[in-house]
Design a protein around this ligand. Structure first.
Ligand SMILES: Nc1ncnc2c1ncn2[C@@H]1O[C@H](COP(=O)(O)OP(=O)(O)OP(=O)(O)O)[C@@H](O)[C@H]1O
Length: 308
């Protein structure tokens, strides 16, 4: 009876108006399925952190409701909190504790008995075993971020939320972090991440929600979202220099990138690449090379978040 299993996170008509009147969330509803890697995307100030901070119990909502692993955050705050681990955007540690102590303290905070603590195991998983007894202040930025991930996992929550985890983290560390996130997901942990890196969301996430100005503008499987980008681009190299770009009935836009290269945009619901190439040949040009570009999430994101 999979239908009876509640989603990992269910947000229903959530609204947040900050003191001062800023409406950061305006009637948001989202359902995040269990077992997935879910990407929450949106431009700066869209309301991503506000959403996560409400789930974490750090910000009070104005109205609406949220359930974490089936537990209502108002009616069952303790179970809701125990079901989620949050890696915050900002790095906050007591610099005088070692990574090992940091994890032990956090486990204590969650009431994890000594015999069931996994501090060393977690440090090993985030490649910080050799730093277990160094002061937190001596760790590099990337190490601190990995320690935050371990800290969020001390109570073995079924959901891990990462708020902009790779901001300011170099490419190699980012890859290591994602590797660990994927491992956790393979073990059954539901992952929610917010990111500005669209390629990253596209590569990692099974499903993506986009919010803008405090509203959900889309919430779909990544594949469907990419398919929504209607614009396609084909770059055609012709056999001789030309001075002006030819026109074609199915061209949305055409540019002469260099004297022999045409960059043609067409709408995939109105034409196909064959028709575009036929139109080029019909203008008397011979084609020597063709490069097509598939839409990526950036195209979808821009078309959905830019005011029409
Ligand atoms: N404590 C606060 N008091 C008043 N306004 C706030 C507060 N925190 C956030 N806001 C405002 O609420 C809106 C949503 O902010 P939020 O931090 O949730 O966005 P975000 O999508 O996480 O952005 P970013 O990607 O920059 O972190 C913004 O306009 C922000 O200025």
């Amino acid at each position: 009876m999979t239908d009876a299993i509640p989603p990992a996170i269910e947000i229903s008509h959530l609204t947040k108006v900050y003191a001062g009147g800023k409406r950061a969330l305006d009637d948001i509803s989202l359902s995040i399925p269990r077992g997935q890697i879910y990407g929450l995307l949106g431009p700066n100030g869209a309301g991503k952190s506000t959403t996560i901070n409400i789930l974490a119990g750090l910000v009070n909502k104005t109205s609406g409701s949220a359930r974490i692993w089936g537990f209502d955050i108002d009616q069952n705050p303790r179970n809701a909190k125990n079901s989620i681990g949050i890696v915050p955007q900002e790095i906050v540690f007591d610099p005088f504790f070692t990574p090992f102590e940091t994890l032990e303290n956090q486990a204590g905070y969650y009431g994890v008995p000594k015999g069931r603590r996994r501090s060393m195991e977690l440090l090993r998983a985030v490649h910080l075993e050799d730093k277990a007894h160094a002061y937190a202040r001596t760790l590099s930025g990337g190490m601190k971020r990995r320690l935050l991930v371990a800290k969020a996992m001390v109570h073995s929550p079924p959901i891990l939320v990462l708020d902009e985890p790779t901001a300011g983290v170099d490419v190699q560390l980012r890859q290591q972090l994602w590797e660990y996130v994927r491992e956790l997901n393979a073990l059954g942990v539901t992952i929610v991440l917010t990111t500005h890196y669209l390629e990253e969301a596209e590569e990692l996430c099974d499903r993506i929600g986009i919010i803008n100005h405090g509203r959900v503008i889309t919430d779909k499987p990544t594949r469907e979202l990419i398919a929504m980008a209607q614009e396609k681009v084909v770059q055609v190299t012709v056999d001789r220099d030309i001075a002006t770009a030819p026109s074609g009935p199915c061209f949305e836009k055409v540019e002469l990138s260099d004297p022999r290269t045409l960059t043609i945009t067409y709408m995939k619901d109105r034409a196909n690449a064959g028709q575009v190439l036929n139109a080029v040949q019909a203008s008397g040009l011979s084609i020597v090379d063709v490069v097509t570009r598939d839409p990526d999430l950036e195209d979808v994101f821009l078309s959905l978040t830019t005011p029409a």
